[in-house]
Design a protein around this ligand. Sequence first.
Ligand SMILES: [Zn+2]
Length: 252
Amino acid sequence: MRQVTVLGSCGAFPEPGRACSGFAVDWDGFRLVLDLGYATLPRLLAHWPDGVVDAVAITHEHPDHCIDLHGLFRMRYYGAAGLPRLPLYCPPGVLDRLAGLEPDVDLTAVFDLYPLPGTYQAGPVSLTGVALPHFVPNAGIRVQADGTVLAYSGDTGPDPMLAELGQDADLFIVEATDRDGETDRPVRNLMTAAEAGRWGRRAGARRLMLTHFWPGNDRGAAEAAAAAEFGGEVLAAEEGLTVRLERLLPLR
Ligand SMILES: [Zn+2]
């Protein structure tokens, strides 16, 4: 069984009852987490009550994508001593943020760091981090095995590498921050929902999921704007939503 469950869908800071970026991936029994932003850890524990995780990939060091990795660190360090070190795929700045919170503890006791960008074998999947434009180094993440492809942008401005990241993906999770005035900014480090749809189409993705909604944004309007550009099924990330990863036919 291959599926993705949304732990959080908000950009920057959470809305009431929601969380920031995070996804729990079940891949034939292998448990992979993509991002662990504000308030995602309790949702991860609701999804996997035994707290066992096989690998974590974090797109970048902003706290709305990595702060609950600190909680997971403490769980493993204080609550689950003796477990093997946890493979952590991320730009190195993520560990620097954690080190600031735990200056007197050795993080490598818990985490086995695999720096992104890069390509690695993570359990049954090939995991690739692709550099994308953001205020800090951000790695979009592509996970694939046996012809099934899952891709996730993290936070990014419009960039041709998005088409490579999401090429033929069965599910392409793309940020749709849609902050006011986004397209007027001289340097683009985030996207609109319409741009998410456009890049999903350019990638040839078979299904698109929007995420990282700016708090207060109209998510229905975002879905409509993306659908007008994408031309296929568009989902809006929603806490607790589970999507099966199945090989889908190309849209065109
Ligand atoms: Zn963010």
